[in-house]
Write a protein that binds this ligand. Structure first.
Ligand code: HAX
Length: 436
C-alpha cells in the first residue's frame, strides 16, 4: 500500500468508527430549521451533507482543513526556481489526510501522478471526431466519460467487490483520473486552438507546471500562476453545484469518472464555472464598445447599467454563500499586483472592484455585491497568452477535481449512503402556511 493510501486508510477508519457511534448516540439531535424561502430558493444554506475537505464561511471565505488561502500560500510545499506559489499536490494531500505534507511527500505525489498519466489513443480519437465548434467543456466531459471504461471501481464492483473495499478502488480511480486530467485538458486546448499540434509532457515537472508546459505556455511565471490557480479553485465545501453533483452521483456508487464528469456538467453553467469565460468576454466587449482599454469610471458605470437594464447579471459578482470579497479573488489580485500590475485588463478588473459593488448594492436585492473567484482570472490568463476564453472553465474543472476526488474517497471510506432528500409540492407548502 502506498504511503498516502496507508495514511488515508488509518484516518478514515478512525473517523468511520467515531461517526457510527456519534450517529447512534446523537442521531436525533436537531441542528437546523428550514424555512419556506429556502425550499423555494434553491435549498440555500440548508445544512444537509457531510463534506470533510473544506468549510466555507460567509465572511471569511474558504478554509481547507482549517487553513485559509493566505495560510496555505505560506505553508504548503513549493517548487524552485520561483518557489512562491503552493503546489496543488500539497493541497490534495492536505484534503485527503488532513496533514500538511513534507516536500518529499509532495514530490512523491508528483511522481506518482506522472506514472499514472497515460491516456489511451481511443480517447484522443474520439475527441478528434467531434465537430470543430464543440465547446471545450463538452469535449472535456466526453473525454472524462470516455476514460470510464478503465474504472477500477466499476470493474471490481461487477466482480462482486465487498463494501469494505469501496474506498480502495475509489482511491485508485481518483489517483488515475487526477493524473490524466492535465493531459486531457491540454490535448483539447492544443486541438481546438493550435491546429492539433500537441506538446509531449515534461515528466521532470510537477502536476501544474507540466500542465502549463503542455498548454504551450512554458514561462516560469505562467507555471507559478497555474500552481496558484489550480490550488485556489480546488474546493469550496460540498454544497456548490459541481461538488454537490459529484457527491450525489457518487452516492449511487457510480465511480469517480461518472461522478466527476457530472460535476463538470454543473460547472459548465454560466451561474457557476462558466462565469470565468463570461467575465472576460464582457470586459473585452466593453473595451470594444467604448473604443478604449482605459475607460473612465463613468464609462464603466454606464456599461454596467446597460448590462443590468438588458436583464443580464454582472458576471464575476455575487455569491450564494459569501458576503465579502472572495479570498480567491484577492489571491489572484495579489498575484497580478506582483507580476503584472501594469496590464490594462487587470487594471479594469480592479476598477470594476471599485465601481460594481455600489451599483449592485443600490439594487437592494443582491445579497453579495462583491467579486467572486471568476472576476479576476481571465485578465491574468489573457496576459500570458491564454486568450481563448472558451477554455477557461476547463482550467477551473481540472482544479475542482482535487476537491471532488478527495471528498469522494472520504464518502466511500465513511460508507456514506445514497443521497435522497425529500421534495415537496406547492400544495404542501400552502398547507404548512394554513396550518400554522
Ligand atoms: N448581477 C446582477 N444581479 C445579480 C447579481 C449580479 N452579479 N448577483 C445576484 N443578482 C440578482 C439575482 O439575479 C437575483 O435577482 P432576481 O431576484 O431578480 O432573480 C437577486 O440578485 C438575488 O440573488 P442573490 O440571492 O444575491 O444571489 P443567488 O444566491 O441567487 O445567486 C449567483 C448567486 C452567483 C448565481 C449570482 O450572484 C449571479 O448570478 N452572479 C453572476 C454570475 C457569477 O458570477 N457566477 C459565478 C459564481 C461563483 C462561482 O460559482 N464560480 O464558479
Amino acid at each position: 500500500m502506498d504511503i498516502l493510501k496507508k495514511k488515508f486508510f488509518d484516518k478514515s477508519s478512525q473517523l468511520r468508527t467515531e461517526l457510527k457511534a456519534l450517529r447512534k448516540e446523537h442521531g436525533q439531535k436537531v441542528v437546523d430549521d428550514v424555512n419556506i424561502a429556502q425550499i423555494i430558493g434553491g435549498m440555500r444554506g440548508i445544512k444537509s451533507m457531510l463534506w470533510e475537505t473544506s468549510v466555507l464561511d460567509a465572511n471569511e471565505g474558504i478554509r481547507f482543513r482549517g487553513y485559509t488561502i493566505p495560510e496555505l500560500k505560506e505553508i504548503l510545499p513549493k517548487r524552485a526556481p520561483d518557489g512562491k506559489e503552493p503546489l496543488p499536490e500539497g493541497l490534495f494531500w492536505l484534503m485527503l489526510v488532513d496533514e500538511i505534507p513534507t516536500q518529499e511527500e509532495v514530490n512523491w505525489l508528483s511522481d506518482e501522478w506522472e506514472k499514472r498519466a497515460d491516456i489511451p489513443s481511443s480517447v484522443f480519437k474520439m475527441l478528434d471526431s467531434l465537430p470543430e465548434d464543440t465547446h471545450p467543456m463538452s469535449m472535456f466531459i466526453m473525454g472524462i466519460n470516455a476514460l470510464q471504461y478503465d474504472s477500477i471501481f466499476a470493474k471490481k464492483y461487477a466482480e462482486g467487490m465487498s463494501k469494505a473495499d469501496y474506498w480502495d478502488a475509489t482511491y485508485e480511480d481518483s489517483m488515475n483520473l487526477l493524473a490524466r486530467l492535465p493531459r486531457l485538458a491540454a490535448y483539447i486546448y492544443r486541438k481546438v486552438y493550435h491546429d492539433g499540434k500537441q506538446i509531449e509532457p515534461d515528466n521532470s515537472l510537477d502536476w501544474a507546471g507540466n500542465f502549463a508546459h503542455m498548454l504551450g505556455i512554458g514561462s516560469e511565471d505562467f507555471k507559478s500562476l497555474m500552481r496558484l490557480y489550480l490550488t485556489i479553485h480546488a474546493d469550496h465545501e460540498g454544497g456548490n453545484a459541481s461538488a454537490h453533483t459529484a457527491h450525489l452521483i457518487n452516492s449511487t456508487l457510480a465511480d469517480v469518472y461518472l461522478s466527476y464528469g457530472g460535476a463538470m456538467s454543473s460547472l459548465a453553467g454560466p451561474l457557476h464555472g462558466l462565469a470565468n469565460q463570461e467575465v472576460i468576454k464582457w470586459i473585452v466587449e466593453m473595451t470594444e464598445e467604448l473604443g478604449t482599454t482605459k475607460p473612465t469610471n463613468d464609462q464603466v458605470k454606464d456599461y454596467i447599467n446597460e448590462t443590468l437594464k438588458s436583464g443580464k447579471v454582472i458576471p464575476g459578482y455575487g455569491h450564494a454563500v459569501l458576503r465579502q470579497p472572495d479570498p480567491r479573488f484577492t489571491a489572484q489580485r495579489l498575484f497580478a499586483e506582483e507580476y503584472i500590475p501594469d496590464n490594462d485588463f487587470v487594471k479594469i478588473v480592479w476598477q470594476l472592484f471599485e465601481v460594481v459593488p455600489p451599483i449592485l448594492g443600490a439594487l437592494g436585492k443582491v445579497k453579495n455585491p462583491w467579486p467572486n473567484v471568476d472576476a479576476h482570472s481571465g485578465a491574468i490568463l489573457v496576459h500570458y497568452g491564454l486568450t481563448q476564453y472558451t477554455f477557461y472553465t476547463v482550467l477551473f474543472g481540472v482544479s475542482r477535481a482535487l476537491g471532488v476526488m478527495a471528498a469522494s474517497c472520504w464518502s466511500r471510506a465513511l460508507g456514506l449512503p445514497l443521497e435522497r432528500p425529500k421534495s415537496v409540492n406547492s400544495l404542501w407548502i400552502k398547507e404548512q402556511i394554513n396550518n400554522s
